[in-house]
Design a binder for this molecule. Structure first.
Ligand code: GRF
Length: 210
């Protein structure tokens, strides 16, 4: 147990959050925070005994004041890592700088292709043969930042947006816990020059375990 503390931010369904909660990570998930009180994932987190909080963006006059309130709520837990899991608000540069090297996001495309919304529809329209998902450290520009890991899936004949989304989502649920586990095991960090340093070599079993 590395003793890392994690806070997860969501806005909706929360299936990536759930994959993280199910992954038995060597970490403490201190809280799940949503900007939307209606986020379905809040109930899922509560049912698993995880503390939840809502910082409703509609209660704030601008992004800066919302981000300040969000940061205050996050910092109560002193997290080592803040995980964006379907968090649908654009964050200010001040917020992103505050969490440099400890703020990660998952995006449903092979970045830098298809930043923004409706990635599966746009992938089908573009006729790409491969699609997927990306986990990255967060940088000020939307859906950008040093790439940590990607998972690719084929685009198959007859694919619909829903079929492709489901194929990508299954990979998201595998990839995100993997990356968070690397961070928890001190095998992943953001270098001072912005490069991602990741050691994916398997960790040898400790004495006495097989
Ligand atoms: C996922 O596809 C994620 O990549 C994107 O938003 C979606 C969130 O889904 N950022 P969920 O809330 O994790 O189910």
């Amino acid at each position: 147990m590395s003793g890392k503390t994690i806070v997860i931010l969501i806005s909706g369904r929360g299936s990536n959050m759930e994959a993280l909660l199910e992954a038995r990570l060597p970490a403490r998930i201190a809280a799940v925070i949503s900007n939307d009180p209606r986020a379905r994932g809040l109930a899922t987190a509560r049912a698993r005994g995880i503390a939840t909080a809502v910082v409703d963006h509609r209660a704030f006059p601008d992004r800066a004041s919302f981000d300040a309130a969000l940061a205050a709520e996050i910092d109560r837990h002193r997290p080592d890592l803040v995980v964006l899991a379907g968090f649908m608000r654009i964050l200010t540069e001040t917020f992103i700088e505050r969490y440099r090297g400890r703020l990660i996001n998952i995006h449903p495309s092979l970045l830098p292709a298809f930043t923004g919304l409706h990635t599966h529809r746009r992938a089908l329209e573009a006729g790409v043969r491969a699609h997927g998902c990306t986990v990255h450290f967060v940088a000020p520009e939307v859906d950008s930042g040093p790439i940590i890991a990607q998972a690719a899936v084929p685009v198959l004949p007859g694919d619909t947006e829903d079929l492709l989304a489901a194929r990508v989502l299954a990979e998201e649920h595998r990839l995100y816990p993997q990356v968070v586990r690397w961070f928890c095991e001190d095998r992943l960090r953001l270098g001072a020059d912005g490069t991602v340093i990741v050691d994916t070599a398997p960790v040898p079993p400790s004495p006495g375990t097989r």
